[in-house]
Design a protein around this ligand. Structure first.
Ligand code: NAD
Ligand code: LMR
Length: 326
């Protein structure tokens, strides 16, 4: 028997929105048994463009797409929402770091957190994509005190997918041969792709690569891939970001094999300060995720995780200074 879910996509008229909405409406995110009501949230100036995208969605005649509504008011858009994908935010341009967007974008997530708190469904699941994603998720969750904080997540799946593709390319194996490759920390150049717990054809990935390459080429390549894309395209990643957003929500809702990367509020695991939204190894099953404990964290990994978490604490302090979190 099929059920219906309300999925809100903010920034629906943007470049990620355009790559994302058709995937959701086709059933690739919530599966073939779930009908979808799409709620598109935009700023007033972009509502007309969102209406154009809605016309195209209709023209696809997707059997699972039951309704499309367009809003410029977050309270109306999030009313009854089961899944909220918070994409709408400014992208960085060449030469900027994602943290440079904190002030401009952080202010978007305070009212959106409050609007989710006011009207979202009891089973709401939130994915923040807009940058700086971890700290925007922190802002949203602090402004939604009635929603369990673990329902707020931010996207590091794009980083995981990049890490898998880069490793598979180097070792000349298929991407399916790489398992449990988790990225820890912030969606920023300090992120830590962990080859100590990853496996390639069942063997420890760290044993298959040269440590100099790992430290000096692989980690920076994965961490700065977003900037490489901006340099090449003249615009930030869009289709790969939308693909990762679909992967993140699909695995959360429908379950997945192996370890995955999700930025989620820390419960203090691995020494990460409680409450910080950091990427962790998680396992998804039965519509829930769980941070996987007991993985090997040696000195090298410890230093990297501490550095990326310190950066997140700095971002938390900055948005505290802006009055966006208590
Ligand atoms: P874009 O500029 O093409 O689209 C952003 C859209 O958001 C615009 O249509 C804009 O009108 C809308 N918007 C702005 N403020 C809004 C608000 N308050 N409510 C609703 N909509 C609003 O940008 P994009 O390329 O789609 O990227 C969106 C965000 O995603 C950026 O912050 C980008 O840096 C980020 N991003 C994150 C990842 C990740 O891995 N976490 C990957 C790629 C991009
Ligand atoms: C990415 O990683 O591609 C996005 O976060 C966009 C960016 O600014 O790098």
């Amino acid at each position: 028997m099929s059920e219906t879910k309300k999925v809100v996509v903010t920034g629906a008229a943007g470049q990620i929105g355009y790559a994302l909405l058709f995937r959701i409406a086709s059933g690739q995110m919530l599966g073939p048994d779930t009908k979808v009501h799409l709620h598109l949230l935009e700023i007033p100036q972009a509502v007309k463009a969102a209406e154009g995208t809605a016309l195209e969605l209709q023209d696809c005649a997707f059997p699972l797409l039951e309704a499309i509504h367009i809003y410029d008011d977050p309270v109306k858009a999030f009313d009854g929402a089961n899944v909220a994908m918070l994409v709408g935010a400014r992208p960085r341009s060449k030469g900027m770091e994602r943290a440079d967007l904190l002030e401009a974008n952080g202010a978007i997530f305070k009212p959106q957190g409050a609007a989710l708190n006011e009207g979202a469904a009891d089973d709401i699941r939130v994915l923040v994509v807009g940058n700086p994603a971890n700290t925007n998720a922190l802002i949203a969750l602090h402004n939604a005190p009635d929603i369990p904080r673990e329902r707020f997540t931010a996207m590091t799946r794009l980083d995981e997918n990049r890490a898998v593709a880069q490793l598979a390319g180097k070792l000349e194996v298929g991407v399916d041969d790489v398992q449990d490759l988790v990225v820890w920390g912030n969606h920023s150049p300090t992120m830590f792709p962990d080859l100590f717990n990853a496996k390639v054809k069942g063997e420890r990935a760290a044993d298959k690569v040269d440590m100099g390459w790992y430290e000096n080429e692989y980690i920076p390549r994965v961490g700065k891939r977003g900037a490489e894309i901006i340099e090449a395209r003249g615009a930030s990643s869009a289709a790969s970001a939308a693909n990762a957003a679909v992967d993140h929500v699909r695995d959360w809702v429908l379950g997945a094999d192996g370890l995955r990367s999700m930025a989620v509020p820390s419960g203090g695991q691995y020494g990460v300060e409680e409450g910080i939204v950091s990427s962790f190894p998680v396992r998804c099953s039965g519509g829930e995720y769980e941070i996987v404990e007991g993985l090997d964290v040696g000195d090298f990994a410890r230093g990297r995780i501490d550095a990326t978490v310190d950066e997140l604490k700095g971002e938390r302090d900055a948005v505290r200074g802006l009055g966006l979190v208590p």
